[in-house]
Design a protein around this ligand. Structure first.
Ligand code: GRG
Length: 301
């Protein structure tokens, strides 16, 4: 057993996906809560609010791939918390009136609705900085830590999520709708980069072979985004926890608008199959990661 923030985490044994996901959420939130402890006022409250209530898929991937490489969960907790900070910051900023202008996130008021726009901007900024602070504090070989820091900066920045978001915004006013290849490239940055990074935490911390989890993470990221496009068409706001139907209303080219609903679902299923196939070197020990991949396209929120 090891102490990470306020909760004790145990075990290198494999757990069923739902247990591992619930554990990841607790681990990341506890680590972030610990990092913010002693701070008072709206800003730390908004930061904690922003990191709570999500599925914790990215922190799960970080902890599970670490477990797969024999890394103690207490050592990987900082990486799991860091990726949830970056993810939460991106959602807080994405919901702002100058971006997607959403009132609902995770079934609750968005941060700028619960507080105000200035608090939402600063909460996102604070979470982004905190992510790198948490990563610096993880227990790992210096070279592995530097690699995690550099690759997270890349995944979150202009070559990754922020670049993908900018391309998405530019597409809204472009003369021609995006092609399938252009959408795939945009989404590999906007959504895929953080998911891929999370899946590579284990091999990066262990300084081990990255290829199988690189293939897994890339396929999973794309399948995740296709599922998101499908939910935007088939889901209802109460279940999904955020506004739906926005892509069609904006006339945006998406996987669904290009491939059709059934085509998009089949493509996502193929990607999940490829993601699971890539895990064969790990044998049965990768079963929880396979469950996660299947969850990504079966989810209703
Ligand atoms: C504003 C810098 C900046 C970036 C925004 C990721 C992103 C870029 C915007 C989010 C828009 C969006 C809803 C994209 C679809 C994919 C996605 C990231 C969905 C939310 O992820 P989940 O389902 O969320 O893992 P939870 O709430 O479970 O954590």
């Amino acid at each position: 057993m090891a102490d990470t923030g306020r909760i004790r985490i145990a075990a290198l044994e494999r757990r069923p996906f739902n247990d591992a996901l619930a554990q990841a959420s607790k681990v990341a939130e506890a680590r972030i809560g610990f990092a913010l402890s002693g701070l008072e006022g709206a800003l730390p409250q908004a930061m904690l609010y922003a990191v709570s209530g999500g599925k914790a898929l990215r922190s799960f991937l970080a902890l599970e791939t670490a477990r797969l490489h024999g890394i103690n969960p207490a050592s990987a907790a900082g990486a799991a918390a860091a990726i949830e900070c970056i993810h939460a910051y991106s959602l807080v900023h994405d919901d702002l009136p100058c971006m997607d202008d959403d009132d609902l996130r995770r079934g609750r008021p968005t941060v700028h609705k619960k507080w105000d726009e200035a608090t939402a901007v600063l909460a996102g900024d604070g979470l982004q900085a905190l992510a790198f602070e948490l990563l610096v504090q993880i227990e790992s070989a210096p070279r592995a830590k530097l690699n995690l820091l550099m690759t997270l900066a890349n995944a979150a920045g202009v070559r990754g999520m922020v670049g993908g978001q900018a391309a998405d915004i530019a597409a809204e006013t472009a003369d021609a709708p995006l092609t399938l290849d252009q959408i795939m490239e945009l989404q590999a940055g906007k959504t895929g980069a953080l998911i891929s990074w999370s899946a590579l935490v284990g091999p990066r911390m262990a300084e081990a072979e990255r290829e199988p989890l690189s293939i897994y993470g890339t396929n999973l990221g794309l399948a995740f985004q296709i599922a998101d496009d499908v939910l935007d068409v088939t889901g209802d706001a109460t279940t999904v926890g955020k506004a739906v139907g926005k892509d069609a209303a904006a006339g945006k080219a998406t996987f669904v608008s290009i491939l059709g609903l059934d085509g998009a679902k089949s493509r996502a299923a193929e990607l999940v199959e490829e993601a699971c196939d890539a895990l064969s070197p790990y044998g049965d020990d990768a079963e929880t990661l396979k469950e996660a991949a299947r969850f990504v396209i079966a989810r209703t929120h």
